[in-house]
Design a protein around this ligand. Structure first.
Ligand SMILES: *Cc1c(COP(=O)(O)O)cnc(C)c1O
Length: 455
């Protein structure tokens, strides 16, 4: 088999290998990398997954994309290390499930992508005997996901800037109690100031020697891992020899999660429909309705805060997958096959009010505790079934992705249900751990000096 190459969604840069796409992140023309062909699973291969563990399925998927870039034993060890936590599928009723993607170290589904990306980067850097410095600005959650994903890895250092007064105690502790190769900087400024410093460092040629990377959510190394849990869910709940099809509901913000699902489906997974549920930031549902894509600036502040996105960066990939071109500003350069997109996806925007009502209803009726993001997904799925009664059969398998742990949203949950969600293991004991961070001024020369002195 020949290697899969990766093209830029802006179509103005050359194709590169997986390794280059992974270590570069963004293509030089500002586009996102996409595989030029999507590897296939045969029906027999999918049938064989039903007895495999999560990490073995992850191995099979990664192997399809990587071919022989990483020897089998090393790839297997890598996925086993990345996926050392459970992936519960909780039955709500009949064949309707919630897949809890919240058992990783930061109790968010972002752990799936970030942990794999970190380990893939470590592999290639080690091979070349090179180091990399991950530099990220965070307003809270991204920072802890990145810090945890890269924690303890070789050849990679991590520096995270957060606005001193703008993150919660728990968010800060999730970053500052790690140490080792993870350095946290508390900036006397706002999130935008953190971002500005990071951007300036990336554009500073005197820092080229640091081999800076942002490891952000558009990296191809995060996309492939996000297809694995869709395949896993199918392998646990459906039988391909009986031609069973599955429905997924995906609470969406930047559309990376959904892209993973679409890739799984293009690999041959029998998906009947993706329910794509957004919060009140409804630019994508509107696009499906009207054919006009309009970004929302600034994005609306909804309770499902990780989905407050007015222009999802991964839309460029979704559009590319359906034959179109969308640039980084959200301009549609070439119209995708909208009919096909509508056939595969049902898009819907859910209000905060309905999100909370659903959260309450699902707890009271089914004794299942969701959090705001998962509740957006579950509400979207209810709407889909109401509008498509033909699919509302007792034997139709449907899975709603629950992307975060309820304990991360104690206030919202307490307000509506008057209960305190129990902390998962990963978030326990943070209070007792020692914190370490360095306070810095909002001043580029001081920040640059810090980087040059320490790395
Ligand atoms: C990031 C995030 C989402 C949205 O995922 P996208 O890939 O950006 O669409 C949903 N829920 C939670 C908890 C998240 O952190």
């Amino acid at each position: 088999m020949s290697q899969i190459l990766y093209y830029s969604t802006n179509k103005k840069a050359g194709k590169v290998s997986f390794r280059n796409a992974l270590l570069k992140g963004l293509a030089p023309d500002g586009g996102l990398y996409m595989p030029e062909s999507i590897p296939q699973f045969t029906r027999e291969e999918i049938a064989a997954l039903s007895t495999k563990e999560y990490y073995e399925i992850a191995f099979d998927v990664a192997k399809k994309f990587l071919h022989d870039l990483i020897p089998d034993e090393e790839l297997l060890a890598l996925v086993k290390d990345a996926y050392n936590y459970p992936v519960p599928l909780e039955k709500v009723y009949e064949k309707n499930y919630v897949m809890r993607l919240d058992q990783g170290p930061t109790a968010s589904f972002k752990d799936f992508a970030a942990r794999m990306m970190g380990r893939l980067m470590q592999y290639f850097l080690k091979q070349e005997n090179r180091n990399m410095l991950i530099l990220t600005a965070t307003s809270g959650d991204t920072g802890s996901a990145i810090a945890n994903a890269f924690y303890g890895l070789d050849n990679i250092h991590v520096v995270i800037l957060y606005p001193k007064t703008e993150v919660t105690d728990r968010q800060r502790k999730q970053m500052t109690t790690l140490q080792k190769n993870v350095q946290i900087l508390a900036l006397d400024g706002k999130f935008d100031d953190c971002q500005a410093l990071v951007k300036q460092a990336f554009n500073d040629s005197e820092l080229d020697y640091l081999n800076l990377s942002s490891a952000n959510s558009i990296n191809i190394g995060r996309l492939i891992p996000q297809s694995m849990y869709y395949i896993y869910a199918y392998s646990r709940l459906c039988d391909i020899t009986r031609d069973e099809e599955i429905i997924f509901s995906v609470p969406s913000g930047n559309f990376g999660d959904l892209m993973g699902g679409l890739i799984a489906s293009k690999m041959g997974l029998p998906v009947k429909k993706f329910v794509v549920a957004t919060n009140e930031n409804d630019e994508v549902p509107e696009y499906f309705k009207t054919g006009n894509y309009k970004t929302i600036v600034p994005s609306l502040n909804c309770i499902s805060s990780a989905m407050n996105v007015g222009h999802p960066s991964n839309m460029a990939r979704v559009v590319a997958l359906f034959g179109g071109v969308m640039n980084e500003h959200g301009e549609v350069i070439k119209v995708p096959d909208m009919d096909k997109m509508k056939e595969e996806m049902f898009t819907i925007s859910i209000s905060d009010q309905e999100t909370l009502e659903t959260l309450k209803k699902v707890k009271e009726r089914h004794d299942i505790l969701l959090e705001p993001h998962g509740s957006v997904g579950w509400t979207g799925l209810r709407h889909y079934f109401n509008m498509h009664p033909e699919d509302r059969r007792a034997d139709q398998v449907a899975v709603c992705l629950e992307t975060a742990h309820p304990a991360k949203f104690p206030k919202e949950i307490h307000d509506i249900l008057q209960i305190e969600p129990e902390l998962p293991e990963s978030l326990k004991g943070l209070e007792d751990k020692e914190e370490q961070f360095i306070a810095i001024r909002n001043d580029y020369p001081a920040f640059k000096h810090f980087l040059k002195e320490n790395y």
